[in-house]
Design a protein around this ligand. Structure first.
Ligand SMILES: *Cc1c(COP(=O)(O)O)cnc(C)c1O
Length: 431
C-alpha cells in the first residue's frame, strides 16, 4: 500500500503561500478527492513522488515530455546552452534553428514567432486574425481549451469542467462579447453564426480536442469547416499546442490533411521548458511587428534554454519517429481498458488519437462536450485513485487526455494492465 505522508505535509505547507498549494488548478485533486502529490523526480517513462512511490507517468507535464523525462540528448543540449548564458534580450542562432524545424514541418507556416506559453501563442494568434481580416468576432467550440486569456475563457473544457465552472469570474462581459460558441463536430452550428454576423475574423479549434477528454473530428468535419471558412473569407486557426509534434510530427494537420491559416504550438516544442509559438504564411505574418502594425512582444521570448530544449526534443523525435509505435501502444492500452471494463461489467467509451487517449465512464459515443459530460466523474475518481495506488500517474480529471511517451517499456504496459484491471474492479464495486 502506498503512503503519501510527505506529500501531505508539503501540501499543508504549500497552502500557506501558494493558492491551493498548486500553480495551476488542473494539478489540484478537486474532482477526485484527496490532496495533490508532490513529485521529486522523473527518468524515462517513470516519476517518483516525495514519499518514494514510483509511477508510470501518463501525464508527462500534460504532453511536453514526449520523449520521457530527462532524455540524454535533451539534457546534454540544455547543459550546453546553460554554459553560454540564460537570456540576452537579443537574438540567438538557436531561435533560427527551431523556427526552421517548425516551418519545414508545417506547410502552412512560412514564419513563426516564439512566445512563452500556449496561452500567449493563442492570444497572439487571435490578435493576428483580427489584424489580418479587419474583423473582430472569433468562433470557438465548447469544450475546447485555448489557454486562460479572457476572451476565450468561456465553455473552455477541462479545468473549468473539472471545477464545474461555466466560465471564470473576473472576465468582463465586454471581453467575451466578440466570442461566439459553436458545437464540436457540428458545422451547422458554425454556419448559423455566419448567418447572424458579418464580422467574423476566424474560427479557432483544437483539430483533435484533448481538453474535454479526447474528442476526435468525425467524418470530414475539419475539411468541410476549412472549405466553408474559405468561402467566407474567414481564417482557420488550428490550436495545436497539444497535438503539434504529438499526433504526428506535423501535428493533427498532417494526419488529417487539413492546412490551417494560423497555427499555434506549445508543449512539445519546448521539451519541458516554457515555450509557445504561432505562425502562418508570409502574407499573414507580415502583419506582425516589426514587419507590420500588429504589436506583440516578450522579454524572455525565444529564451536560449527553451530553444535548446525544443531543438533537441524535435530532432530526437524526428529521428525516433515513434508515431507508429504510439499508435500500437495506444491501441494496446485502449484494448486493456475495454477488456477490463467488459470483465468487470463497467460501461466505458475509449477515445484515442495516436498517443492521446482516455476512457469516459459512459455508454454514449463521445463526439462533443455534451457527450463527454455524460461521463460519471465519481467513477473516474474511484478509478483514478486505484490507478495511483497501483503505480500509474494519470491527470486528476475526467476531462484531460492521457499521454504516451516514447520511453514506455513492456514492463510499463504490464504495470498499466494490472492497475487498470484493479481499478475497473473497484469501479464495479462502487456502483
Ligand atoms: C495547454 C494548452 C493551451 C495553453 O497552453 P499553456 O502553455 O498552458 O498556456 C492552449 N491550447 C491547448 C490546445 C492546450 O492544450
Amino acid at each position: 500500500m502506498k503512503e503519501f505522508q510527505k506529500s501531505q505535509k508539503l501540501y499543508n505547507k504549500g497552502l500557506e503561500n501558494l493558492v491551493g498549494a498548486v500553480n495551476s488548478p488542473v494539478r489540484a485533486f478537486a474532482s477526485v478527492g484527496g490532496n495533490p502529490l508532490f513529485i521529486k523526480k522523473g527518468k524515462g517513462s517513470r516519476i517518483i513522488d516525495v514519499d518514494g512511490n514510483k509511477y508510470v507517468d501518463l501525464v508527462l507535464s500534460y504532453g511536453p515530455m514526449i520523449l520521457g523525462h530527462r532524455h540524454k540528448k535533451v539534457q546534454k543540449s540544455i547543459n550546453k546552452a546553460l554554459k553560454n548564458g540564460y537570456s540576452f534580450g537579443a537574438s540567438t542562432e538557436n531561435e533560427i534553428k527551431l523556427a526552421k524545424i517548425i516551418c519545414d514541418t508545417f506547410p502552412g507556416m512560412d514564419k513563426v514567432r516564439f512566445v512563452n506559453s500556449g496561452t500567449e501563442a493563442v492570444l497572439s494568434s487571435i490578435r493576428l486574425a483580427r489584424a489580418y481580416t479587419g474583423k473582430s468576432k472569433i468562433i470557438k467550440f465548447s469544450g475546447c481549451y485555448h489557454g486562460h486569456q479572457d476572451s476565450l475563457l468561456v465553455a473552455a473544457g477541462s479545468g473549468l469542467a473539472t471545477l464545474s465552472l461555466p466560465g471564470s469570474k473576473g472576465v468582463p462581459e465586454d471581453a467575451v462579447k466578440n466570442t461566439l460558441i459553436a458545437e464540436y463536430n457540428d458545422l451547422e452550428s458554425v454556419k448559423k453564426h455566419f448567418e447572424n454576423h458579418d464580422d467574423i475574423a476566424g474560427v479557432i479549434i483544437e483539430p483533435v480536442a484533448g481538453n474535454m477528454g479526447v474528442v476526435i473530428p468525425q467524418n470530414k468535419f475539419l475539411e468541410e469547416l476549412k472549405t466553408f471558412l474559405q468561402s467566407k473569407g474567414a481564417l482557420l486557426i488550428a490550436d495545436e499546442v497539444m497535438t503539434g509534434f504529438r499526433s504526428k510530427f506535423g501535428g493533427a494537420q498532417e494526419l488529417l490533411g487539413v492546412e490551417a491559416d494560423i497555427t499555434c504550438l506549445g508543449k512539445v516544442i519546448g521539451g519541458g521548458f516554457p515555450v509557445g509559438a504561432y505562425g502562418a504564411r508570409n502574407e499573414i505574418m507580415q502583419m506582425v511587428a516589426p514587419l507590420g502594425e500588429m504589436y506583440q512582444a516578450g522579454t524572455l521570448s525565444g529564451n536560449p534554454i527553451a530553444m535548446a530544449g525544443g531543438i533537441s526534443t524535435l530532432t530526437e523525435l524526428k529521428k525516433q519517429d515513434p508515431y507508429i509505435l504510439f499508435d500500437r501502444v495506444g491501441e494496446r492500452i485502449e484494448n486493456i481498458l475495454l477488456d477490463a471494463a467488459k470483465k468487470h461489467n463497467v460501461d466505458i467509451t475509449v477515445n484515442r488519437f495516436g498517443s492521446m487517449l482516455n476512457p469516459f465512464f459512459t455508454k454514449v459515443k463521445v463526439t462533443n462536450f455534451k457527450e463527454a459530460q455524460t461521463s460519471d466523474t465519481k467513477k473516474f475518481a474511484v478509478f483514478f485513485w486505484e490507478m495511483i495506488k497501483n503505480g500509474v500517474f494519470l491527470p486528476p480529471s475526467q476531462f484531460e487526455a492521457w499521454f504516451l511517451s516514447s520511453a514506455l517499456t513492456e514492463e510499463d504496459i504490464r504495470v498499466i494492465e494490472n492497475a487498470v484491471d484493479r481499478a475497473m474492479e473497484k469501479v464495479a464495486e462502487s456502483k
